[in-house]
Structure formats: C-alpha cells, structure tokens
Design a protein around this ligand. Structure first.
Ligand SMILES: *[C@@H]1O[C@H](CO)[C@@H](O)[C@H](O)[C@H]1NC(C)=O
Ligand SMILES: *[C@@H]1O[C@H](CO)[C@@H](O)[C@H](O)[C@H]1NC(C)=O
Ligand SMILES: *[C@@H]1O[C@H](CO)[C@@H](O)[C@H](O)[C@H]1NC(C)=O
Ligand SMILES: *[C@@H]1O[C@H](CO)[C@@H](O)[C@H](O)[C@H]1NC(C)=O
Ligand SMILES: CC(=O)N[C@H]1CO[C@H](CO)[C@@H](O)[C@@H]1O
Length: 691
C-alpha cells in the first residue's frame, strides 16, 4: 500500500518517459513516505471495495469508517472514500485533504483502484462523464486554462517579468520561445525547470474544484505541439507539458468536467502570434514550408486523436480543437478547409470505424465569416465550428461598460444562432469581458495599447485616456460597475449559447496585482463581477426564439454521420494544388517541400498508475485503432527542406529533390533541449503491438 502511494506521488510530476530516472525517484518518494508515516494517502488505497454505498454515504461520513457500511471487513477499520458531494472531505492527488465545496450538487469521484471511473458530475444539471452530453441541448459552459501549458505574457506576466530581469537574459522576452531561451541560460535559478515549476503551480487540482463549483462543465486546455516532441533548434521544452495535461485529465475526471483539447501551437506557427509559441511569421499552409509543416502537424493531431480515442479517455476529452486561430484569410478558405478535412480524417481514422466514436472535432473559423462555413463537410461525424468573438481589439472607446450591455446580443447572437442551422454546432472557444485593449501585455510585450494611443501597428490610434484609471482599477469598482460587468458577461453567454471564457485565471504581475482583470473569470467571481450561476444568463438577450437543439442527426454522430460524399472528399483531397506565399502569390504544391508517410509511428505515454490500480486497470497503449497503421509523415531522404520557421517570402529549395542524399529536417539533430526525450519519442510501440 505504501509503495502504491509512493508510486502515485512520484508519478504525479515525473516525466513518464524518463524511465531510467523513475525507479530512483520512486524509491526516494517511498522512503520519504515511510519515514513520514503518512497515513492519509494510505487510507485512499486501502479499500478494494469501491462500492456505490461509499459513494452515497461519503458526503456525510467523510472518512469516518464507523458510519459507513462498507467499512466492515476492512483490516484497519478505515475505508476508502471514493466519492462525495458538498461538504465531503477529498484527498487531493498530492495527499493533502480539503473540504469539497459545490453549491450545485456536483459529485466528485476518485477511486485509485478504479482510475478510469467516470461517475463524477460537476452539477446536478450537467451530465455525469459516463452519461451522454447532448450537444445543442446540454449547454457547454466552460473556461479556458490559458497561460498554463502554453504560456502567454499577459496571463502569466510575473513569469515573463522575472526572467526578463535576470542578468543572463539577452534581448526582450516576447513569447515562449524566448522565455525558454532565457530560462535555459538562467541556470542559477534552476534553468528550464522553472517552466515545470510554473506547470506545477499555476493550475492545480483546486482550480478544477472551483470551476465545477462555478457552475461550469467544460474546460478548454491549450496545448503546444512541444507536448509531443521538439526538433533540433526549436526552443520549447519537449514532452513535459503532456505530463501535466494528464494531471488535468485526472482532475477533470475527478470533478466531472469535460475537456476540449485545443492544439494551440503548431510547428512553424499557424498565425505568427506570440501565443502560438513564437512571434513572427506563420508557416502552416502558407509559405515554402507550409505543406510540410501542415503534414508534421497532422502527425501530432493523429497521435493526440489516437490517445484521446482510447476508452479510458474518450468520455473526458470530449472535444478536440485541431488548430487554434490559423490565419484563414491569408491561407484562403478552400485551403484551410482542405487542411481541416485532412485533420478530420486523421481524427476519425484514429477513433475507429462507425460513427459516434472519439471526440467531437472542432475547427476554428480562421477569422473568416461564419456564414462562409455554411455547408462545409455535410455528413461529417461530429464536426463543430469554433469562433472567438472579441470587442477589444478594434476601434476603442471611452464609453463605460454599462453602455455595452446588449452589444454581445446585437453583434453575435444572430450569427451564432444562424450558424447552428447553416453549418451546425458552433462554440465560442474564447471571449472575455474586455471592451478595450487595456491591460498589461494584452497586445504582447512592448506592443503598446490602442486605448492609450501607443499601439505600434495599424491605426491611427488616438489617445483616449489612461487604462489604469479608466479600466484596470478593479479594486475600486463600485457596485453598479460590477453589476454592469455581470450583465455584460451574461449577455455574452446568452448570445454565444455554448462558450469558453478566456480565461479562468490571470496571474499577478511582479507588482502583486492582476493587471488584466477583464480576462480572469476567477478574479471576477472573487470580486463579484462574474455571475456565480451561469444558468442565469439564459434569456439575457431576450432572444425570443433561440436555437433549440435540433442539430441534424449526423452532427451528433447519429444517422448519416461519417458518409461524406465522394465529390466532397475529392474537393478537399490532400495535398492542395497550390498554397499562398507572402505578397499574395501562390505556389504549386509540387514545387514545395513535403513529407512522405513512411515514418515510424509515435505514441504518447499514459498516466502512471498506482500499484492498486494497475492490478485492475490497463490504461491503454496510447494508440486506439490498430488498423490506423499508415506511417507518419517524415522527410524524403533525397529532398531538401527549409527551417520550419523560415517565413513566407523565401523561395523553396532548388533543386527540391535530387538522387543524392538530401537534408531532412530530422537529420543531424542535436536534440539541444532534451536528447533522451526526443530520442525516446522515435522508438515507441507500433500500433500492431496494442494489447
Ligand atoms: C456511472 O457510474 C456510476 C458509478 O460507477 C454508476 O452507478 C452509474 O450507473 C453510471 N452511469 C451510467 C450511465 O453508466
Ligand atoms: C495612468 O494613471 C496612473 C495612476 O494615476 C499613473 O501612474 C500612470 O502613469 C498613468 N499612465 C499614463 C500613461 O499616463
Ligand atoms: C497576487 O497578489 C495578491 C496581493 O499582492 C495576493 O494576495 C495574491 O495571493 C497573489 N496571487 C497569487 C496567485 O500569487
Ligand atoms: C435562431 O434560429 C432559429 C432556427 O434555428 C430561428 O427559428 C430563430 O428565429 C433564430 N432566432 C434568432 C433570434 O435569430
Ligand atoms: C504581437 C502578438 O502576437 N500579440 C498577441 C500576443 O498575445 C496576445 C494574447 O496573449 C494577443 O492579444 C496579441 O495580439
């Protein structure tokens, strides 16, 4: 039992692929536990009987064996409390205990001997994880866990400010790429381990408890491709964020929250923005490496889809946003749709034959009008559209928040509603309470602020006022202002119908203040400017006739799902004939570097199970569909490739391919960030070895 608890603790923050190191860590952790004589974790693993009686009774008997019938026969007289409701005592995954607080009848469920049990529900009115979520009928009310596994300067400003101030830092830290460079140089303070420290502390189990208690039922979790692997020269921490994503899955499962996995950052960047990992150019479906980077991205989409389609995971990770915010207008709608169709196929092949398996696929609109998506992929098996309506990045105004109370209804309600009929299911994957671009680093580091007339691009941007005094001084907002924000938030929620607020939490700046308050749901709850029960948003827009949930059967995985017409398949066949370059030109795909599907398959590791659990639960191989056996995209040995981040104005290699040995992007890799991890990624099981 002790060993089990020790393994569990060691697993919590150990890279699952660092096999050589693990036994030592487990040994140390077990020794620490033995010495400390911790009994709390022990109580968790004692009962093999994860009985439903325990579940029923635990809300009143939090841990008291005597009052629980399932305690009889237990050798120590203690029983494992595996479930509870408001007021019950929960043992957290770090071994500490706390009181579960949920005013909406939510039920937590966590049995270490049955770690894939999906009985938890976040509120009485949201389906438990082992029940069907009826898209279009059950509302998605969610938050993003922004700034966690993909950092952003405005969400975690202190992280950026602190590293910036270190003597080893050269240049300005503007994105995760430069943050990682600065951390690696900052060996005096732990080097790159500072990033893992952020993963450990910024979002914890308590956030999942609070999110359920806020009446929310989904979390959207941004993840960068570096959760899977990093190639030579790419300044990201490989694989570590995957470990924390698995923690998120455990906690979401425990508190009944569903996950929308959001692939937020692609190799080469799909939008060139700081939040794609690297600020600068975009190189996915655009520029000389546009096809190759898309193909590499399809590997990552596939590996994630194979993982989350496993029965252990599919009920928790219910949605998969395959690419966040691609530059649709530059890529062009037909080519974006071609790329999405390839991504859709990768996901649906991974989730197996027959309709209704695996995640709902989510396509970001690429900033192209929602009406233009009407009729895309009829008879797809559960495809949804993702749109991110923001008011704050356009023309600015000094008008106070109480002048915006119906703006979301007026601007978004109609288009979201009509998209439900014209395309199908649509979700707002992001929105916020901001009506101006005020807030530290909201536009990125050193970009200035439109509202203050200092924004460095576009314009002209007249100086309208002082952000600090006009908008950011939340500590001094009066009651009518707070009420106006609640009303504004409710109007957004009602207009959007299914939504994820961006974001759950904004960290302090080094001044000890949240300097972008309009972006934090949690801060709004703590300071009374967000609705404590999001159901109260229903009707805020006085939409007399909202969409009432008659999505076509194929959109929910029912009749017709998955039978996409041959003509549609041909229209979006991979690869596209040509893609765009900087300056508006197009280049035939045949003249651009591309990959070939002969690469070894990769899998992602599953969470390390406790000894108690591994006796009863398998955990999956990481690869759901053994019939999905086509090779991964990889370089052709005789062809040349450019740096994935090269930018769009560079000519493709010439000659593109020769009879001799070319320079594949994987060749000569130094694995500068973590040699062991990158190497291990290449030698994992092939799907035929799945149990
Ligand atoms: C969900 O899990 C709980 C506990 O295992 C079980 O009692 C319940 O019947 C399950 N519900 C469904 C729909 O399977
Ligand atoms: C805005 O007001 C604050 C508080 O009075 C002040 O510290 C800050 O310098 C002002 N900012 C600008 C750009 O004037
Ligand atoms: C942010 O700073 C405030 C006040 O300085 C402090 O109370 C709070 O705990 C800090 N929050 C975090 C997450 O560190
Ligand atoms: C919303 O869409 C439905 C059809 O799906 C339509 O009947 C209704 O009038 C629309 N409501 C608004 C406010 O646009
Ligand atoms: C220049 C740039 O990429 N700025 C973006 C940085 O990220 C914030 C959000 O974190 C965006 O609002 C900026 O547009």
């Amino acid at each position: 039992m002790r060993r089990g608890a020790g393994e569990k603790r060691a697993a919590a923050y150990t890279n699952p692929t660092s096999r050589r190191k693990k036994p030592i860590i487990i040994g140390i952790a077990a020794a620490v536990l033995l010495i400390a004589g911790i009994g709390v974790a022990l109580a968790l693993t004692l009962g093999k009987h994860k009985s439903t009686d325990a579940a029923k009774d635990s809300s009143t008997s939090s841990g008291d064996a005597a009052s629980n019938p399932t305690a009889s026969g237990s050798p120590t007289g203690k029983i494992a409390i595996v479930s509870g409701t408001d007021g019950s005592t929960v043992t957290a995954s770090d071994g500490s205990t706390f009181q579960y607080s949920n005013p909406f009848g939510g039920t937590w469920y966590w049995d270490p001997t049955d770690p894939y049990n999906n009985a938890a529900r976040p509120q009485t009115w949201s389906p438990a994880l082992n029940e069907t979520f009826n898209y279009g009928v059950d509302k998605i009310r969610g938050v993003n866990l922004g700034g966690w596994l993909v950092t952003e300067p405005f969400i975690v400003p202190a992280l950026y400010q602190t590293l910036q101030s270190r003597p080893t830092t050269t240049g300005t830290i503007i994105d995760e790429w430069t943050l990682v460079e600065a951390m690696q140089a900052d060996t005096a303070n732990g080097g790159i381990s500072q990033l893992e420290d952020h993963y450990k502390t910024f979002i914890t189990e308590q956030d999942f408890v609070q999110i359920a208690a806020a009446g929310l039922n989904f979390v959207r979790i941004p993840l960068g491709y570096w959760a899977i692997e990093v190639l030579d020269g790419e300044s990201f921490l490989p694989k570590t964020s995957w470990t924390y994503f698995l923690k998120a899955v455990e906690w979401a499962r425990k508190y009944g929250l569903r996950i929308n996995l959001d692939l937020h950052a692609l190799p080469g960047s799909q939008n060139g923005w700081n939040h794609s990992g690297r600020l600068g150019t975009y190189n996915v479906m655009y520029g000389p490496m546009g096809i190759a980077n898309a193909e590499r991205s399809l590997n990552y989409i596939r590996i994630l889809a194979e993982f989350i389609s496993q029965p252990e995971y599919r009920d928790v990770i219910a949605m998969f946003g395959v690419t966040n915010e691609p530059q649709g207008n530059q890529i062009g709608l037909p080519n974006l749709q071609t790329y999405y169709y390839a991504a859709y196929n990768a996901v649906r092949t991974a989730s197996g034959t027959g309709a209704g398996n695996g995640p709902m696929v989510s396509f970001h609109d690429g900033f192209i009008g929602l009406d233009q998506w009407a009729g895309y992929l009829p008879n797809a098996d559960r495809a949804s559209l993702d749109s991110h309506p923001y008011l704050c990045f356009q023309g600015q105004s000094t008008n106070p928040i109480n002048s915006y109370l119906t703006t979301p209804c007026d601007q978004w309600g109609g288009s979201f509603n009509s998209t439900m009929a014209g395309f199908g299911f649509i979700v707002a994957g992001e929105f916020s309470n901001a009506v101006t671009d005020c807030g530290l680093y909201v536009n990125g580091v050193g970009q200035g602020v439109r509202y203050e007339g200092t924004y460095t691009t576009g314009g002209p941007w007249p100086t309208l006022g002082n952000c600090t005094t006009d908008w950011l001084d939340y500590q001094n907002w009066d009651a009518p202002t707070k009420k106006a924000y609640i009303t504004f938030a409710k109007a957004s929620m009602d207009a959007l119908q299914n939504w994820f607020f961006w974001t759950w939490k904004v960290g302090n700046s080094t001044a000890g203040v949240v300097e972008a308050p309009h972006w934090s749901y949690q801060l709004g709850l703590q300071n009374d400017w967000m609705p404590t029960d999001p159901r109260t948003a229903v009707g805020q827009c006085n939409n007399a006739n909202p969409f009432t949930g008659t999505l076509s059967s194929w959109q929910t995985g029912g009749a017709g799902a998955g039978s996409i017409a041959p003509s549609v398949q041909a229209e979006f066949a991979w690869p596209p004939a040509s893609i765009s370059f900087a300056g508006g030109g197009a280049s035939p795909a045949s003249l651009l570097p591309s990959y070939t599907q002969t690469g070894p398959l990769m899998t992602l590791p599953t969470a390390t199970l406790t000894a108690a659990a591994s006796a009863t639960a398998k955990g999956g191989s990481g690869w759901f569909n053994s019939a999905d056996s086509t090779g991964f995209w990889e370089p052709v040995a005789t062809c040349s490739y450019l740096d994935p981040w090269i930018g769009s104005s560079v000519a493709p290699p010439s000659p593109l391919c020769t009879g001799g040995v070319g320079v594949g992007v994987r060749r000569g890799m130094k694995q500068r960030l973590n040699e062991e991890r990158v190497v291990e990624a290449r030698v994992t099981a092939v799907p035929t070895r799945r149990r």
